[in-house]
Design a protein around this ligand. Structure first.
Ligand code: E4P
Length: 218
């Protein structure tokens, strides 16, 4: 399972990269706005800065919602770095745009996916990644991981190569559930990744080991 971090914060991205387990980054317009990024030049500079930190794919979302606008923006974004994946919303023009980018060999991430039907369409259009939002479904009392299961079954039935990018991951249990189901990628905050480290028996065990061998190195 690939680990992506869902943030536009450079410090957090660097910290995750330093951990040695990071495979990529996803951003969205809200995350960019949270970092105070606005204006075409600043947006471009920020994506370049992210690409300079990580080795893997970096999802950069278009802000336009019409076909021509998404194509124009996506082509600019894709030209910035080969790591850039153009993130496109699950709307009619978005599906057309994904088909266009796919035909040109430009990587795409179909975002705001909340149903298996939407995921099927994204795969048919040739999306590189599909992003079902697990946490936001949980928020409305629908088990988001059930959607991941459904998409896994459908994609496996037909051999679709679109990667399932479990998004809106909120905590370590989400990561484990998606890993058991076989999601290709998960994206979430650094806190969810770091929470995988934690176990009280590890802390208790380490404390005892340190106490037993205290001062015995030299
Ligand atoms: C997907 O790529 C989105 O950026 C993201 O995962 C949304 O997560 P949220 O529901 O925590 O905002």
């Amino acid at each position: 399972m690939k680990f992506f971090i869902d943030t536009a914060n450079l410090q957090e991205i660097q910290e995750a990269q330093n951990l040695g387990v990071l495979d990529g980054v996803t951003t969205n317009p809200s995350l960019m706005a949270k970092e105070g990024i606005s204006g075409k030049d600043n947006i471009i500079a920020h994506y370049k800065a992210i690409c300079a930190i990580v080795d893997g794919d970096v999802s950069a979302e278009v802000i336009s919602t019409d076909y021509e606008g998404m194509i124009a923006e996506g082509e600019i974004l894709a030209a910035l770095d080969e790591k850039i994946v153009v993130k496109v919303p699950m709307i009619k023009d978005g599906i057309r745009a994904i088909r266009y980018f796919s035909n040109k060999g430009i990587k795409t991430n179909c975002t705001l996916v909340f149903s298996a039907g939407q995921a099927l369409l994204a795969a048919k259009a040739g999306a590189t990644y599909v992003s079902p939002f697990v946490g936001r479904l949980d928020d409305i009392s629908f088990d988001g991981t059930k959607l991941i299961e459904q998409i896994r079954t459908i994609y496996d039935n037909y051999g679709f190569e679109t990667e399932i990018l479990a998004a809106s991951i909120r905590h370590p249990v989400h990561i484990l559930q998606c890993a058991e189901i076989g999601a290709d990628v998960m994206t979430g905050p650094l806190s969810a990744i770091l929470a995988l480290l934690k176990h009280p028996l590890t802390d208790i065990g380490l404390e005892k080991f340190m106490k037993d061998m205290a001062g015995k190195w030299n």
